[in-house]
Design a protein around this ligand. Structure first.
Ligand code: FES
Length: 125
């Protein structure tokens, strides 16, 4: 049902935790299942590069795996590049998700966007 990459990122999630004094934080939830994802980013103000990204997810295996992969995709990207990361890109990086779990990947996309928006709002943009 799940790809090897999904199972790997679920069992060994990358970048779990929180960042002290983050540049931005995004918290999103799925009202249908009640799962919650919080994403923290550190941004280098000079270059607009996301230098660190961590997450905490209270959710299903797909939610944890997509959070983990999303943090990997976001790190080292500029804000503009990270804004373009979609749930489809996260799923592709995980070699796909079962159709009934696709909605779980939306949380990862929304959490990235929410963290970026939080950073931009805090910096007057
Ligand atoms: Fe809720 Fe997967 S079932 S995010």
């Amino acid at each position: 049902m799940y790809s090897d990459k999904v199972i790997d990122h679920f069992q060994n999630p990358r970048n779990v935790g929180e960042i002290e004094n983050p540049s931005g934080v995004g918290t999103v939830g799925n009202p249908k299942c009640g799962d919650i994802m919080r994403m923290y980013i550190s941004v280098d103000k000079k270059t607009n590069v996301i230098t660190d990204c961590k997450f905490k997810t209270f959710g299903c295996a797909a939610a944890v795996a997509t959070s983990s992969m999303a943090t990997e995709l976001v790190k080292g990207r500029t804000l503009d590049e990270a804004k373009k990361i979609t749930n489809k890109a996260v799923m592709e990086a995980l070699d796909g998700l079962p159709p009934i779990k696709i909605h779980c990947s939306l949380l990862a996309e929304q959490a990235i966007q929410a963290a970026i928006q939080d950073y931009l709002a805090k910096n007057g943009e």
